[in-house]
Design a protein around this ligand. Sequence first.
Ligand code: SF4
Ligand SMILES: [Zn+2]
Length: 368
Amino acid sequence: MKNVNNINNNFNIALTDKIKSLRTKSLKKKRKFSKEQLEKPVAFWTKRERLINEVGKELTIILRTRGCSWALGETGGCSMCGYVQDANIDHVSSSQIIAQFDHALQNKLNEIETDSDNYVIKLYNSGSFFDDSEIEEDARKHIYEKIAEIKKIKEIVIESRVEFLTPEKIAGMQEFLKKKYVEIGIGLETTNDYIRNEYINKSLLYDDFVRAFKRCKEKGVGIKAYLLFKPPFLNEQGAIDDCIASVRTLINLKVNTISINPLNIQKGSLVEHLFYQNRYRPPWFYSLFKCLKKAIRQQEELQMVRILSDPSGAGTNRGIHNCRKRECNEKMRTILRNFVHNQNIEILKNIEYDCPCKKKYKTQINLY
Ligand code: SF4
Ligand SMILES: [Zn+2]
């Protein structure tokens, strides 16, 4: 394995120092969670979602753990990430994790079992599901057993950094879930090692991602690659070019799913600091559509690789947006949702809505 540190330079050292100091400052202001709060998840919901072969529903549960080890480590984690603000920082026990999961499941079980749609369950912990310091083996096993019992749940998505994706952890999960389709989300962010490690501070090489992908494929487990749309230090055009190159590489690799996450400004992150200094603007919807139209060359590619995008904070100042007009952003969100649900490239080619902000966008594309 190549050492990510070998490609570090002075820029990266200055960057990680800044990330760490911002992180430390914002974590100091954090309030403690009570015992009762630690027995309930951060959030959970159901909504429509594209499944592998059909439109169905998702049950998403966000578990509260101690937080991502990478964010709590020496470099302060990824430059755009503020998830650790929602974490407990101190240890969260297995019984508390189990209580959180059971609370959400009990609340939604009846809805799922009486629904005519099939479901995907997405279990997020704003870190790594396979990191024992976040979720211990017995809690993972409890979760697997419960999910295995629910017939309507056909797919499972969890997230992990690749260093925790060991053959033992994959086998431990497959023992219970082999009848369901499991996908592991990995924050690859971009296929460009320089952007990923120098601008995002991910500490991950593309080659290591590919190795993890192959390891999972051998076991029948799918990979969902997250791409970050418009990392810091790239302008709109740079972001479009980077994302097109990443989508092409991942389509050629035949990764199962690509999820494009337009950057949203998160609390305590380096990007929030840049945003306050007017040195970062979240991406425009126009850029995302431009990228998708260029990156997907044929409709058939979408039969092989599913492309998703469900932007957080869309239409607000802190998320992907066009102008301030509500109608303009709503229209864009609807188009994106239709594209994702139907996996049909024609939806992006026939956008009829025209807003005057497109002119302003064209003058800014190479600037910010
Ligand atoms: S993006 Fe993922 S790996 Fe990076 S700090 Fe956030 S939770 Fe950790
Ligand atoms: Zn507009």
